[in-house]
Design a protein. Structure first.
Lengths: 486, 481, 95
């Protein structure tokens, strides 16, 4: 029962072959069984999930159910959920219960989805391995000695290990795509502005974007139908019409032009990953696509530009965590400064503090032009690279990450090595284009993700391409053997 | 040494919007603590700002009023610093691309001359909350009702050379923003606050001296006093061969001194950068032109019109146009009474006296302009005389009705019927034969003085209702026999 | 670009983060290595390239001036570490 896709689950719920209550209970059971070892959930909402499932069954029986009625999902713990603890995996917010709801979670609730709980992540979405959480690291279900990727590691693991039908994630520099790749699932980072950021705790406002993580492109399309769209509460939300992301999935790919940037296949790319990607690309050729070699010459610059822009915005976004209105406050502050400095030093992990300091430095007097403005100029060059490339080809493909999942603890001492992991994903956020990660084979017995990058607001096209691949391959149907792995 | 005073002003005018700059919370003074806040104003995690249309319109209006360039693309920036009344840890303001650019204002000084003060810029920003210093077990309380209230910060060039000029400039800005209806101008409630930058330089020197900034001065009188006090302090230091420290100071009106605000010294690297939660505000020429067309008549234009249309003196026109409620009141009175000079005298005289005595704004006057106009119309048509009118105004002030109602009720209609007046005079002549004899025997120039006695008798008999203009010739004729 | 300990303390103070001596040396090296990484940017000529702060280069939308929110003070105060009489309490503020 746990290996079903959303379309067939919706069908079975409508045909009364199963009830949402049974379905939800079976996922809660799976969470009880696996979460102690994988640690993918910070909060499990058993009671409210079962209550919502009962209501969904009633709504289904009455014929008033939404498109996702009764489907159990989970949310990354940085989407504010009314009355439910939202921690951002930080000590700072370990007791924070928002009295308001994010647009993403509200829309999924409206569509009838059942919230199983809140998933683990790198604190404040800062990290690529999910080792940086106040609530403990998350393990990769394919091999529990390895990281699941980050920052949406908990969301990726929940899907991969069958602890949720689908989950939400956020992607600031690869935080949906890289864990999806490491855990062998499908993830979509939509165009910047496609999905509302309202109620989503910000890391870097001009880069953050929420998106779905699921087994397949089709399941992602189901979630996109619920969450995409204009939100008047978010000034950066795009007033661009949405599409029904399910209707175009079956379009054939004949005539599709795929660009392969040479920079994505250079030094540092693991051989097994390169082989899997080449193999996947040739699969697309069989489906009628044409391949073209292209170049994104400024790719390398995306790392330094990103590590100026993201920390700069973060240093300001995280200033609100001051121990005044919510969040951690140190014991017995002796004065204001003491309250600020100790509350923040105690509430934030070292990685978060480090990024805050990098950003503070980059914005400070005398350095602003050399760092922040320079990074913004490079950002334009990177965007222009994609615009030029996408004038020649329909989509761009390449690996999501240079390697498969790496060992827990192997990169924690060398932050810069960790940052280099993001080389293939960061540029997409800087440009704001949509991109997916889909399972495309294995290397060293670990899943490899293929990245598909498209033009602005072409999510439907990306989902169609991914779906066609998944109709002809079964990589996305592979699941970790938890008896052996855990 | 002889010093030249150099002053530049930053005026924060709170815009009269219904809701906040970036949220749908109500704006208002005096509400219970933290009851006018949303997640945006409280800086809750995940909260996002959306810009208020009306605040934009108001800022553009102001730009037109000071002959300024309008920023066709303006950008909100974050000013980062930590303070408990600043919930997000940054203030959303404008830095490199403000909504209003370079402009100027011609300020009329007391001696009638005009001084041009340059406007450097005016930008939109959100206000912070308030720290309450009453003792809560040794702690302070934070009220964020004011957080995210829209402010327009108006920055002048350092063109001002005296406290008097500074006050005239602030008054001018005050009357402009209230004329435009974009700020209620209530300084006591903090709707308009001034930061005064002051420095001294030896007369004739080009280069500016080191300046200090006096924060949050909130009345015209305090602006003048704070400047005098600070100028004196700086001059003392400089005369003794000392140096001025560039710093932020606070004016204490009770002690009439300025003192250093050490708490503000700490955080002067504000790390401005464009706010990534807001996008550039881009205006069309059509929008900007449209707002220009809706601009109301401004104080100087109005004063000029009062002089040409109503033949008022420059002084009267200046006083009557100084605030929009005053000007509107005057114009309504004039239109009803149909006598500009009479209306000007009464608005500036009797009415202003009553308003001042009772500390009431003209907009809230218990006697509205139309009613005052009707009262003055009764003077003009000889129904009552000026003295009676003053008494009636008092009755009107106390809510006893309109001028006509009071005239009717109290029978105050002036007697203009010549036959009735002749009868009255004949009665008085008959009753005072001795005085009449004396009058008839007197020299003509003495007779004039003696008229006063008879006039008094007539007024007494008529209870003040006899029209002196009609009485005098008849009395003269009958006395002479 | 490498930072000395004093730089680190200055940045930490601006960011309101309390650092021990030990923290400061740790951050000194980790911040320096990030700054070294970032230094690569300086090799590119960006003369004449406009900074890009929003990927879509959209413009700000305007909200009608309407009061849309009700008073929810108690719900908001519920998360605060210290409150009294509807106020957030903090150590004494000295102007």
């Amino acid at each position: 029962m746990l290996e079903q896709n959303i379309s067939s689950l919706v069908q079975k719920l409508r045909n009364k072959e199963i009830t949402s209550l049974e379905l939800t209970q079976s996922y809660l059971d799976k969470i009880s069984e696996l979460n102690p070892s994988l640690n993918s959930y910070i909060t499990v909402c058993s009671e409210s999930a079962l209550a919502a499932a009962k209501e969904a069954d009633i709504a289904i029986a009455a014929g008033t159910a939404g498109p996702l009625a009764g489907i159990p999902i989970a949310h990354k713990d940085l989407f504010c959920t009314n009355g439910i603890k939202t921690t951002c995996a930080s000590k700072m917010l370990s007791n924070f219960v928002p009295p308001y709801e994010s647009t993403v979670t509200a829309k999924l609730e409206q569509a009838g989805a059942i919230m199983l709980g809140k998933t683990n992540m790198d604190e404040f979405a800062m990290g690529s391995s999910n080792e940086n959480s106040h609530f403990g690291l998350v393990k990769n279900p394919w091999n529990t000695d390895l990281v699941p990727g980050g920052s949406s590691g908990g969301s990726a693991v929940a899907v991969a290990a069958g602890m949720a039908v689908a989950t939400t994630g956020t992607d600031t520099g690869g935080s949906i795509r890289q864990p999806a790749s490491f855990c062998g699932i499908t993830g979509l980072k939509p165009t910047y502005g496609r999905v509302s950021r309202f109620g989503m705790i910000a890391y870097a406002s001009s880069l953050d974007q929420a998106g779905p993580m699921a087994r397949s492109a089709e399941d992602c399309a189901h979630l996109m139908n619920a969450i995409a769209g204009f939100d008047p509460q978010d000034s950066t939300s795009a007033e661009v019409e949405t599409q029904d992301y399910l209707t175009n999935l079956d379009q054939p790919l004949t005539g599709l032009t795929i660009g392969l940037p040479k920079e994505y296949f250079g030094e540092g790319l693991e051989q097994g990953v390169a082989d899997a990607i080449r193999q996947a690309v040739s699969e697309f050729e069989k489906l009628g696509a044409k391949i073209k070699d292209i170049s994104l010459p400024n790719l390398k610059l995306s790392i330094p530009a990103y590590y100026v822009i993201a920390p700069s915005e973060a240093s300001s976004n995280l200033s609100r965590f001051d121990g005044v209105r919510y969040g951690h406050r140190c014991d017995e502050p002796k004065d204001l400064i003491d309250m600020y400095t100790r509350s923040r030093a105690e509430g934030f992990s070292k990685e978060v503090q480090k990024r805050i300091m990098v950003g503070t430095y980059a914005l400070s007097e005398g350095y602003y032009d050399a760092y922040y403005l320079k990074a913004q100029r490079i950002r334009r060059l990177i965007k222009q690279d994609f615009v030029n490339a996408l004038n020649e080809v329909d989509v761009i493909m390449g690996p999501v990450a240079p390697t498969t999942a790496f060992a827990i603890g192997s990169k924690t001492d060398d932050p810069v090595a960790m940052y280099l992991e993001d080389i293939y994903t960061l540029s997409v956020n800087l440009a704001g284009i949509p991109a997916m990660s889909i399972p495309a084979g294995f290397s060293n017995k670990m899943p490899v993700g293929l990245q598909i990058m498209g033009d602005y607001f072409t999510e439907a096209k990306l989902l169609n391409i991914a779906h066609q691949f998944q109709q002809h391959t079964d990589w996305h149907l592979q699941t970790p053997n938890m008896d052996k792995g855990a | 040494m002889s010093w030249e005073i150099v002053i530049g002003l930053e005026i924060h005018a709170q815009l009269s919007t219904k809701s906040k700059l970036f949220s749908g919370a109500a704006v208002g003074f005096g509400a219970e603590a933290n009851t006018q806040t949303t997640l945006v104003d409280l800086g809750m995690p995940g909260a996002l700002p959306v810009f208020n249309k009306e605040a934009l319109r108001m800022a553009v209006m102001f730009g037109h009023a000071v002959n300024a360039e309008i920023g066709m693309t303006s950008v909100f920036a974050r000013k980062n610093y930590f303070y408990p009344d600043l919930p997000k840890g940054y203030q959303t303001s404008q830095m490199d691309d403000p909504i209003v650019g370079i402009g100027h204002l011609d300020v009329t000084l007391e001696d009638g001359t005009t001084k041009r003060v340059g406007i450097t810029r005016a930008h939109l920003e959100e206000d912070a909350g308030k720290s309450l210093h009453e003792d809560f077990h040794g702690m302070s309380g934070i009220d964020l009702n004011r957080s995210s209230t829209p402010l327009l910060e108006i920055v002048s060039e350092p063109d001002i050379r005296s406290a008097k000029e500074a006050v005239a400039y602030v008054k001018m800005i005050h009357s402009i923003v209230t004329y435009l209806g974009i700020c209620d101008g209530n300084m006591a409630e903090g709707s308009m606050r001034c930061d005064v930058n002051i420095s001294l330089r030896p007369k004739g020197q080009e280069e500016f001296g080191t300046r200090t900034e006096i924060k949050n001065v909130n009345s015209f009188r305090f602006i003048e006093k704070a400047i005098h006090t600070e100028v004196e302090r700086q001059a003392d230091i400089l005369e003794d061969g000392g140096k001025i420290t560039q710093e932020t100071r606070l004016y204490d009106p009770e002690k009439d001194e300025t003192r250093s605000m050490r708490s503000k010294e700490d955080a002067n690297d504000y790390r401005y950068f464009p706010c990534p939660d807001l996008l550039p505000v881009v205006l069309t020429q059509e929008y900007v032109d449209q707002i220009k067309e809706t601009l109301p008549e401004l104080p100087t234009q109005k004063a000029a019109r009062f002089i040409s249309d109503y033949s008022l003196s420059e002084y009267d026109a200046g006083v009557l146009s100084s605030s929009r409620p005053m000007a509107d009141y005057f114009e309504t009175v004039t239109q009803t009474a149909n006598d500009a000079k009479l209306s000007a005298n009464w608005v500036m005289g009797e009415l202003s006296k009553l308003l001042n005595q009772n500390q009431i704004e003209i907009a809230n006057s218990p006697v509205d302009a139309k009613n005052l106009g009707q009262l003055l119309a009764r003077i003009k048509d000889n129904t009552i005389n000026g003295k009676t009118a003053k008494d009636i105004l008092l009755d009107m002030w106390n809510g006893e009705g309109s001028a006509d109602e009071i005239i009717d009720k109290k029978g105050l209609k002036q007697v203009t019927d010549t036959a009735a007046i002749e009868t009255m005079i004949n009665d008085i002549i008959a009753a005072n034969s001795a005085q009449v004899e004396q009058f008839r025997a007197a020299e003509p120039d003495k007779q004039k003085k003696m008229m006063g006695f008879f006039m008094g008798q007539i007024m007494k008999a008529s209870q003040g209702k006899a029209n002196p203009g009609i009485v005098t010739p008849i009395l003269m004729k009958l006395l002479k026999g | 670009m490498s930072l000395d300990k004093q730089d680190v303390q200055k940045i930490a103070h601006l960011a309101r983060l309390a650092l021990t001596e030990e923290d400061a040396s740790e951050y000194q090296s980790s911040l320096s290595s990030v700054l070294e990484l970032v230094e690569q940017m300086q090799s590119v000529d960006t003369e004449g390239v406009e900074p890009l702060s929003n990927p879509l280069e959209m413009t700000q939308r305007l909200r009608a001036d309407e009061v849309t929110e009700e008073n929810r003070r108690d719900a908001f105060l519920a998360n605060a570490p210290s409150t009294e009489a509807g106020l957030f309490l903090v150590p004494k503020v000295i102007d």
